[in-house]
Design a protein around this ligand. Sequence first.
Ligand SMILES: Cc1cc2nc3c(=O)[nH]c(=O)nc-3n(C[C@H](O)[C@H](O)[C@H](O)COP(=O)(O)OP(=O)(O)OC[C@H]3O[C@@H](n4cnc5c(N)ncnc54)[C@H](O)[C@@H]3O)c2cc1C
Length: 338
Amino acid sequence: MKPFDFQRAGTVSDALAQFAPGSAYLAGGTNLVDHLRAGIREVDGLVDISRLDLTEIAELPGGGLRVGALVKNSDMAAHPLLRERYPALAEAILAGASGQIRNMATTGGNLLQRTRCVYFYDPATPCNKREPGSGCSAIGGFGKYNALFGASEHCVTVHPSDMCVALALLDAVVVAESEAGGRRIPFADFHRLPGDTPHLDTNLRPGELITAVELPAVPVAAQSTYRKARERTSYAFALVSVAAALRTEGENVAEVRLACGGVAHRPWRAHRAEAYLTGKPATAEHFRAAIEAELEEAQSGTENAFKVPLLRNMVVSVLEELRDGRTPQRRAEQGGAA
Ligand SMILES: Cc1cc2nc3c(=O)[nH]c(=O)nc-3n(C[C@H](O)[C@H](O)[C@H](O)COP(=O)(O)OP(=O)(O)OC[C@H]3O[C@@H](n4cnc5c(N)ncnc54)[C@H](O)[C@@H]3O)c2cc1C
């Protein structure tokens, strides 16, 4: 490993001042340290932000929550107001990694975790994300995990985070600070599609520090859930995942939100499906037609073709579960297993 400077910041302004070109912020270290060890990334300096006072979850006027960037994933998933108002978010976090990793991993770090593409992790192979201009080994290579939506000729990988799929559902806002001042980035503008710059995962600028994620008041999110299909029941990234929120009036869909994971370079908000479904009868037939409308944009190869029926069936099943009040949260409230 290349030697690097190490500094520990006591305040946000210290951290911003200590950051130099070639530096990285170190939060829980569960992703960054792996990359340093594996030779996927080199840094000149690490600015340890783990002691910053950004560990609070606070109520916002109007019913939202502000989650500090250093809140541990475990603490976020366990917070009573977050579980009540945004069950899909709590379920998504608990579907990720392991208890030990969630005890270290932070909100800010989760947003910035990098792809799990096997070629990104293998420095012996070309990867435009790891080494711009070197090529994409996943195109024509091992394609099982590749994207369905929004891929480019330069990168076909998917975003690995569970939490971010739920944040996309909620239209969260990322709050960032830099020496030039603070800014608020709508979640839809935070992660990028690969285009011809797949090495850039997000629109965060070099040196910007995430200080919080704000969850707006989203009443429909009280009836939301997250489901993840994976190759093992724990400690595995999503093949496909679905976060959904649904409100019906009578027989019809009054409000619906749908976001998908494991299918694109960023969490994929299924706007076409939402638009199709709003106002329609809340039946399996219409749920299926809604995701078909979204899938019109999908492109798959031989090895990842399985993701199409998997996504279709998961969306129908999750929306039926919400319609019928059979989500993990509702079952727990009724005294069953969560
Ligand atoms: C074995 C294993 C299994 C996993 N399984 C899953 C899974 O199933 N689902 C899932 O979603 N995730 C999974 N993860 C990923 C895990 O969620 C991330 O590693 C974690 O969220 C990263 O958070 P961190 O605080 O440790 O970030 P770090 O590793 O400290 O940092 C990650 C990146 O974010 C930057 N950064 C961190 N905080 C800030 C900040 N406040 N402002 C600016 N930049 C910042 C760092 O510079 C670095 O580039 C898994 C990880 C492991 C090791």
